[in-house]
Design a protein around this ligand. Sequence first.
Ligand SMILES: N[C@@H](CCC(=O)N[C@@H](CS)C(=O)NCC(=O)O)C(=O)O
Length: 201
Amino acid sequence: MKLYATPGTASLAPHIILREAALPFETVRLGVKAKVLPDGRPFTSICPKGYVPALELDDGSILTEGPAILLYLADLRPELGLAPVHGTMARYRTIEWLSFTASELHKSYTPLFVRGPSDDWKAAAQASIERRLAWIDMELTDREYLGEHFGVADAYLFTVLNWTQFTLIPIDRWPSLEAYLRRVAARPAVRAALRADGLIQ
Ligand SMILES: N[C@@H](CCC(=O)N[C@@H](CS)C(=O)NCC(=O)O)C(=O)O
């Protein structure tokens, strides 16, 4: 498999799961702005959506959308429990978290990182993120991970929460959230992914 990835972006989540599951993969690194393949073709020639993460499967087909990629990878190694078994309530809870992270959190960060949005828009995005962080902090009060143990929803939530350090949002306002970030960041596979992406030394 090939993971098309841009360091520091949402592609960190499947990168973490590939390493947690010890699956064989190679990474194709793309720039933040110019997404050009190593052979010079535009990334859109193989992935018309033009964004990461994208996973090239062994049959050459491309799977996109972070939550779909994460569940696909977890299901390749079901014995590891990175996603709960099909048909269980725990599986739906995982999908609930993935969906929340994608639609309520991930995209709220975008106005904080790109040029163009007005100050009002940025302030509204930040206020929305802060409301979500306060709720997540409450949810994490008495648990280590989102499910019974570390899984795909944690990889995605960690990836997005990790962007908070590049904003003016003071994460130490939410102690359970801060502790959760430290806990996930300490996992060997997460450290390896962060290191490979140049995000830590
Ligand atoms: N809906 C996509 C969104 C992925 C996404 O927002 N990717 C960003 C990086 S965090 C990206 O590659 N943006 C570049 C672009 O849209 O051109 C998913 O859930 O995977």
